[in-house]
Design a protein around this ligand. Structure first.
Ligand SMILES: Nc1nc2c(ncn2[C@@H]2O[C@H](COP(=O)(O)OP(=O)(O)O)[C@@H](O)[C@H]2O)c(=O)[nH]1
Ligand SMILES: *[C@@H]1O[C@H](CO)[C@@H](O)[C@H](O)[C@H]1NC(C)=O
Ligand SMILES: *[C@@H]1O[C@H](CO)[C@@H](O)[C@H](O)[C@H]1NC(C)=O
Ligand SMILES: *[C@@H]1O[C@H](CO)[C@@H](O)[C@H](O)[C@H]1NC(C)=O
Ligand SMILES: [Mg+2]
Length: 244
């Protein structure tokens, strides 16, 4: 009688040990998976910018090496770009106001670099919208904290009415100065405890070169083939080869 109880006890404790072992293994596995998912490798280049700036044409050129008919899309495109033996993932983020923030938030954890495509022919008419979307990207803590490089791609240089990248830069700096003042006073109004102007650089005039954590470059580009010229993605590809 006594012996039987003893045997039973020892089997129960054996089972307990096995259960504990299984639980430990499972917990470790779960923790490992959580850790893995948080440290996704940053190897994506996000193509951002307003609708119609040329993102999908650029995406097709980089990923498929060809021109495709594009249409306004509400979905992202993703593909591989091979450069000098390495590869980058290119993600074409739709520019539509209603969906772009959702896609940007989804892909920013894997961003290695951001290309902000500008329609250089519309810079004067759309400067406010162009600057505002750019401001949202530059003031995103995830982008600043990880020192993600940004390229402003001044597209459609084949059209005579376009402004070159030095003009675009000057215009953006002027508009961002205004925006910064508006935004920081809005923040103060909502919550006086939020530090004024913590998003971009301090100072009267905003300058890209004064940004401490994000390096912003500018290049000219024309993405499509025209009667008097072939596409010119040289500046973009040079920049990509530096960040890969
Ligand atoms: N002339 C000219 N047209 C361009 C250039 N890049 C894009 N486009 C045109 O601009 C339009 C919008 O391009 P798309 O790639 O769909 O823009 P997305 O909305 O940013 O994806 C299309 O009709 C393209 O053919 C360019 O460099 N020069
Ligand atoms: C294309 O873009 C380049 C600059 O990237 C520019 O020098 C050239 O004149 C443009 N025009 C055409 C028709 O390709
Ligand atoms: C850009 O355009 C401006 C005005 O049209 C001109 O003065 C300047 O030299 C141009 N810069 C470059 C780098 O082409
Ligand atoms: C490829 O890499 C080599 C050596 O690192 C470099 O000299 C060359 O310029 C690179 N080519 C491109 C297209 O980036
Ligand atoms: Mg598109």
């Amino acid at each position: 009688m006594e012996k039987e109880t003893l045997v039973e006890e020892s089997t129960t404790s054996d089972f307990t040990k096995i259960y504990i072992a299984i639980i430990v293994v499972l917990v470790t596995l779960v923790l490992f998976l959580i850790y893995r998912s948080r440290t996704v490798s940053r190897r994506s280049v996000l193509l951002t910018g307003l609708c119609n700036s040329g993102k999908t044409v650029l995406f097709a050129r980089l990923v498929h090496g060809q021109l495709v008919k594009t249409f306004t899309s509400m979905k992202e495109n993703a593909g591989e770009y091979i450069i000098n033996g390495s590869s980058l993932k290119i993600i074409d983020i739709p520019g539509h106001e209603r969906v772009r923030d959702k896609f940007f938030d989804q892909y920013k954890p894997e961003a290695k670099a951001i290309v902000y495509v500008v329609d250089s022919t519309l810079i004067q008419d759309e400067i406010r919208d162009i600057a505002e979307y750019l401001y949202n990207i530059l003031s995103c803590p995830d982008i600043a904290n990880n020192k993600i490089n940004v390229l402003i791609l001044c597209n459609k240089q084949d059209i005579p009415a376009s402004k070159n990248c030095s003009t675009v830069k000057t215009m953006l700096e002027r508009e961002l100065t205004t925006l910064q003042i508006t935004k920081s006073s809005q923040l103060e109004f909502v919550d006086p405890k939020i530090k004024k102007s913590s998003l971009l650089v301090d100072g009267d005039n905003f300058q890209f070169s004064l940004m401490s954590s994000i390096k912003v470059d500018f290049v000219d580009c024309n993405a499509t083939t025209t009667e008097d010229g072939s596409p010119n993605l040289e500046g973009l590809e040079k920049w990509l080869s530096k960040i890969v």
